[in-house]
Ligand binder design. Structure first.
Ligand code: PMP
Length: 424
């Protein structure tokens, strides 16, 4: 039953009292960035000692200690081709960061030009990029700083709103591409449907060099028995003769060690040739010792999936805790909606409109840090002010519990206060 105004005021007073009590002894909880916990990093410690000198030069005429082998050692290409679902020749294995590979691809298209046309994007007056939102803030930063105008595209339960994507790409040649996190999307946990993949591959684009940045950062990062899979973009594009638009990425950042992992990209043969040429001016070869170390440790896709199950055992309780606490606290009202992802690293909260910024500020004042409100939108601008991202992986489950209790308190307090103010 709906509370009376007097009851609501009373409830707000109680909430404020609880809040002030916590404020006197602030907490120290950080749910800002999606980084693995220490116990997850420990899972890969045996990798540090798997290599022997012979691994690096004996089996092959190539010497992995030396310069060269620019596009990656053969066994690493084989490994990532299994992960990304392509042929080994369609893969380039890079350094430790997939984000850097993404930046390199876009900067190359911008300044040096495409394999399929002469002029570089920088020659054009206006360039734009589609940004499904909520999305990954670092993606948006890359394209913003490279000079693209960012166009937000609403996210649905099955991926970006394809009616909107098709309408825009068919009518505006300055739209050069789209960011996609197709599996367990950051931050909503959405996995793209087959229909969305088909439409991305087959849609007409006025820009002949349209680019799909397919960041499969969470492709093997399942949390439950329901293992989401996405239709293969490169294969689907081949069906429509659009394979040059498909640029797929992944890395072992959240498989082994972020910062000391291995990243890879896959694309059409023609794109790979073009990008290899460009890479050759930037490096004489990536860290092949680390590539070998990773392949020796992770072996193949089947073995990798076993390794990922160990991550899931450590992570799943944290996500489960968030869902159970929020379900219990908000069972009778519509103050908050939250995602319950099958994988990935995030939970996304949708607050009532106009409340997210204040909730995040209220949390910060009692020592609970979450990513800035609405930072999952281009330019951090979300007219609804209703988006909060939680990254619970790096802290122990007891701290997740404490943080969620504070989120419940602050979300109810801010929402109720706003409601009472607007009723005045
Ligand atoms: N893509 C997405 C969607 C991510 O969430 C992250 C890390 N938070 C990255 C890329 C970064 O990947 P890498 O460490 O390979 O640069």
């Amino acid at each position: 039953m709906e509370k009376t105004t007097a009851e609501k005021k009373q409830r707000l007073t109680e909430l404020k009292e609880s809040y002030e009590t916590v404020k006197k002894n602030p907490l120290q909880l950080n749910l800002k960035r999606g980084v693995p916990g220490k116990n997850q990093l420990q899972l890969s410690e045996p990798m540090l000692t798997v290599l022997t000198p012979e691994d690096l030069y004996e089996e092959t005429t190539a010497d992995f200690r030396n310069y060269g082998i620019l596009t990656g050692i053969p066994e690493a290409k084989q490994f990532f081709s299994e992960v990304l679902g392509t042929a080994p020749e369609e893969v380039i294995v890079g350094g430790n960061s997939s984000l850097q590979l993404m930046y390199m691809v876009l900067a190359s298209k911008l300044f040096l030009g495409q394999p399929d046309r002469k002029s570089a994007w920088s020659q054009e007056e206006q360039i734009k990029f589609l940004c499904p939102s909520p999305g990954y803030d670092r993606h948006f930063n890359v394209t913003e700083k490279l000079g693209f105008e960012l166009i937000p595209i609403p996210m649905t339960d099955t991926g970006p709103d394809m009616d909107e994507v098709e309408r825009l790409t068919a009518s505006d040649a300055s739209i050069k591409g789209i960011w996609c996190v197709p599996v367990y999307s950051n931050p909503t946990g959405t996995t793209y449907s087959d229909e969305v993949v088909e439409r991305l591959a087959s849609m007409k684009t006025l820009a002949e060099d349209f680019t799909i940045m397919w960041d499969n950062a969470y492709v093997v990062h399942h949390l439950t028995e329901t293992k989401d899979e996405v239709k293969n973009l490169l294969d689907t594009c081949k069906k429509y003769g659009t394979e040059k638009r498909a640029w797929m990425f992944c890395s072992t950042s959240k498989i082994t060690f972020p910062g000391a992992g291995v990243a890879a990209l896959a694309s059409s043969k023609e794109n790979i040739e073009w990008f290899t040429e460009i890479l050759s001016d930037q490096t004489i070869g990536f860290d092949k010792v680390n590539q070998k170390r990773h392949v020796k440790f992770l072996k193949n896709k089947a073995h990798l999936m076993k390794h990922m199950e160990k991550h899931a055992v450590l992570l799943q309780p944290k996500f489960h805790k968030i869902d159970t606490l929020l379900s219990e606290y908000f069972k009778d009202d519509n103050i908050l909606e939250w995602t319950v992802p099958n994988g990935g690293y995030f939970v996304h909260l949708t607050t009532q409109e106009g409340c997210a910024t204040q909730i995040v500020e209220a949390l910060a004042a009692i020592g609970v840090s979450v990513t800035e409100a609405n930072s999952s939108y281009p330019y951090s601008t979300n007219p609804k002010d209703n988006s909060i991202r939680l990254a619970p992986t790096s802290i122990p489950v007891e701290e997740v519990e404490e943080a969620v209790q504070m989120i419940c308190l602050c979300a109810e307090m801010v929402t109720l206060e706003k409601e009472l103010q607007s009723n005045k």
